[in-house]
Design a protein around this ligand. Structure first.
Ligand SMILES: Nc1ncnc2c1ncn2[C@@H]1O[C@H](COP(=O)(O)OP(=O)(O)OP(=O)(O)O)[C@@H](O)[C@H]1O
Length: 269
């Protein structure tokens, strides 16, 4: 692979154990994961296995216990400034309008208000919120809030986009609309994407490559699948594609056992 946009190299993350601080819990162990510039990679794995931990390491929000992160070949120190993040929960500031939420990152970066507003209005249009810039988060539906968050993430034009189950709270129709919108934007801009999801269908429909993680502790990649389905794809229609069905079966064969292990572990906790 040419130089990776994001390389997680031999990452191990050990957290202090809740019950016994001297013991520690190794959530992720010796995990290596590389995303090429312009590549869309999804990571799937059982609940609690360490997906968010890996994403936080890539974002520079969590320092690994061992291993190294490289961003376009440069060792990462502190926050990953070339990445934009979109997390599961609501990240909008309730006291700011949609427009002012979208401009927030630019304002912190010192972009003049006029310029920030102009760019935010363009992004609001691109995500289907043209004309809704003056709405406050409580005046928007869950889908509208997600669109605003997407604009908020993309307006800074990050080279790497990190998404942690961004649409899991949405109903299936809104979710598919959002997924298609993300794919349209990604097709036009081709940024490196690391997409975390529980949903194997979503992972296959969106990605160039799907990486399967083992159940924890000591989570690591145990399978990697090229998604050789032509683009552009419609996330709803692609599910009927014969190759989609074949890939789904192959990945599920690897994932199934890990999901069962992960479930058994959660029941024990
Ligand atoms: N700061 C922390 N301190 C202690 N343990 C942690 C910390 N962060 C995560 N963990 C533990 O590490 C493991 C992996 O957590 P993580 O959130 O990365 O999993 P996940 O795969 O993203 O979960 P989910 O699928 O439920 O979103 C879990 O057992 C979690 O309890």
């Amino acid at each position: 692979m040419a130089e990776a946009a994001l390389l997680l190299d031999d990452i191990t993350c050990t957290f202090a154990s809740r019950d016994d601080a001297s013991k520690g819990y190794t959530a992720v162990k010796n995990s290596t994961l590389a995303i090429a510039p312009g590549e869309f990679v999804s990571v799937v794995g059982p609940t609690g296995c360490g997906k968010s931990t890996l994403l936080n390491v890539g974002a520079g929000l969590l320092e690994p216990t061992s291993g190294q992160v490289k961003v376009f070949g440069e060792p990462l120190k502190g926050i990953n400034k070339r990445a934009g993040y979109m997390f599961q929960g609501d990240a909008l500031l309730p006291w700011r309008s949609a427009l002012d939420n979208v401009t927030a990152g630019l304002e912190f970066a010192g972009v003049p208000k006029d310029e920030a507003d102009r760019r935010a209005n363009e992004w609001l249009k691109r995500v289907g919120l043209g004309g809704f810039g003056n709405r406050y988060p409580h005046q928007m539906s869950g889908g509208m809030r997600k669109r605003a968050m997407l604009a908020q993430t993309l307006i800074r034009d990050p080279d790497i986009i990190l998404m942690d189950e961004p649409f899991s709270a949405l109903d299936i129709q809104t979710r598919q609309l959002m997924e298609n919108e993300v794919l349209d934007i990604w097709m036009a801009q081709r940024k490196a994407v690391l997409f975390i999801t529980h949903d194997l269908d979503e992972a296959i429909a969106m990605s160039d490559r799907v990486i399967v993680l083992s159940a924890g502790p000591a989570t690591h990649p145990i399978g990697e699948f090229e998604i050789d389905i032509p683009r552009p794809r419609d996330v709803a229609e692609v599910r009927n594609d014969a190759r989609f069905v074949e890939l789904h079966k192959a990945i599920w064969d690897v994932l199934r056992e890990e999901v069962l292990k992960g479930y058994a572990q959660q029941k024990r906790v």
